[in-house]
Design a protein around this ligand. Structure first.
Ligand SMILES: NC(=O)c1ccc[n+]([C@@H]2O[C@H](COP(=O)([O-])OP(=O)(O)OC[C@H]3O[C@@H](n4cnc5c(N)ncnc54)[C@H](OP(=O)(O)O)[C@@H]3O)[C@@H](O)[C@H]2O)c1
Length: 291
């Protein structure tokens, strides 16, 4: 089985690249982040260029593409909507067409940001209604994929924490970095998510990629929390000074961007479908940050 992971220099793609199950021949792409290992199977690729994507697929001939590359920052997408659209929607459409033509299985990473956060506990059957530009690019990409390949797996990922193995960063690493440097860290107190450990997530993604699962699936941890509750549990696990965590509202910290209030997932489909259990915060934090 030959698998191509786009965005293998990023937080999630890097973890997938370095945790591939045995028997998989894994290739990865990066854009401008240098890679920690000098692997002949890591290729510099600008995925905004359809001709380049075609050349890469032609050369590698993967059975499966796990598409992790994206502009993943909500603030960047809000500031640079045209660039975000090109990368997060148009490039995905191009990739979907090529995968469809070549019979390549496509696994696409979408986001909980496709929801408006008014309801919470979102199921796969709930109607998306993104309220920021990043969410709109992801919803549009999902639609394009469904138009071109019915067999694709579309994984909506909730907020991911843990240690990067290649590039990229995570909310937990940002909290640790700021608090360890002795600076007060302001964080949203009014946003609930289904935080998931990157190791737990990668195991689930590999299980889905190597199965014939198609359609939407929500992956998040089994214990919803807001960012303050999460950061306090992280502080307890890692030994950080909790006094430096300063709760604020999203409106106070980021008035120019709309953030959903409650984007937690109902994960019963994933729990029924996957052998990998979705962890609660205590177990997930122990896995990422063992004492
Ligand atoms: N992290 C989360 O909490 C989270 C939550 C929900 C959904 N997601 C989704 O999960 C996926 C992976 O997220 P992540 O956190 O791993 O993102 P990330 O760390 O920001 O990584 C993004 C990747 O995209 C690559 N990339 C950027 N521009 C590119 C271009 N023009 N051509 C080719 N590659 C390019 C980057 O390569 P270089 O670094 O080499 O430039 C990097 O490998 C994304 O689709 C994201 O939207 C993430």
């Amino acid at each position: 089985m030959r698998i191509l992971i786009t965005g293998a220099s990023g937080f999630i793609g890097g973890r997938l690249f370095y945790s591939a199950p045995s028997g998989c021949e894994v290739w990865g792409t990066y854009f401008d982040t240098p890679n920690p290992v000098d692997s002949a199977r890591l290729l510099p690729v600008d995925l905004r260029n359809q001709v380049v994507i075609e050349t890469v697929l032609q050369g590698i001939k993967p059975d499966i593409v796990i598409h992790c590359a994206a502009y993943s920052r909500v603030s960047f997408c809000e500031r640079e909507p045209s660039a975000a659209w090109v990368m997060n929607t148009r490039a995905v459409m191009g990739l979907a067409v090529l995968c469809g033509q070549r019979g390549i299985r496509l696994v696409f990473l979408s986001s909980d940001m496709v929801f408006d956060g008014e309801k919470g506990s979102y199921r796969e059957s709930d109607r998306p209604n993104p309220i920021n530009f990043y969410g709109r690019t992801k919803q549009a990409a999902e639609r394009r994929i469904k138009d071109f390949i019915r067999s694709a797996a579309i994984i909506r990922v909730n907020l991911v924490y843990g240690k990067p193995m290649a590039g990229g960063s995570s909310f937990s690493e940002e909290v640790i970095r700021e608090v360890q440097s002795g600076r007060p860290y302001q964080l949203f107190a009014d946003q609930s998510r289904s935080f998931i450990s990157v190791q737990n997530l990668s195991q689930c993604i590999w299980e889905i990629a190597l199965s014939d699962y198609s359609g939407l699936i929500h992956l998040g941890g089994s214990e919803p929390a807001n960012r303050v509750t999460f950061a306090e549990k992280l502080a307890a696990q890692v030994g950080l000074d909790r006094q430096l965590l300063i709760p604020k509202t999203a409106e106070e910290l980021s008035p120019e961007i709309s953030y959903p209030k409650n984007n937690t997932f109902n994960i019963s489909l994933a729990q029924k479908t996957l052998k990998t259990p979705l962890l609660n915060l205590t177990d997930g934090l122990k896995l990422e940050y063992p004492g």
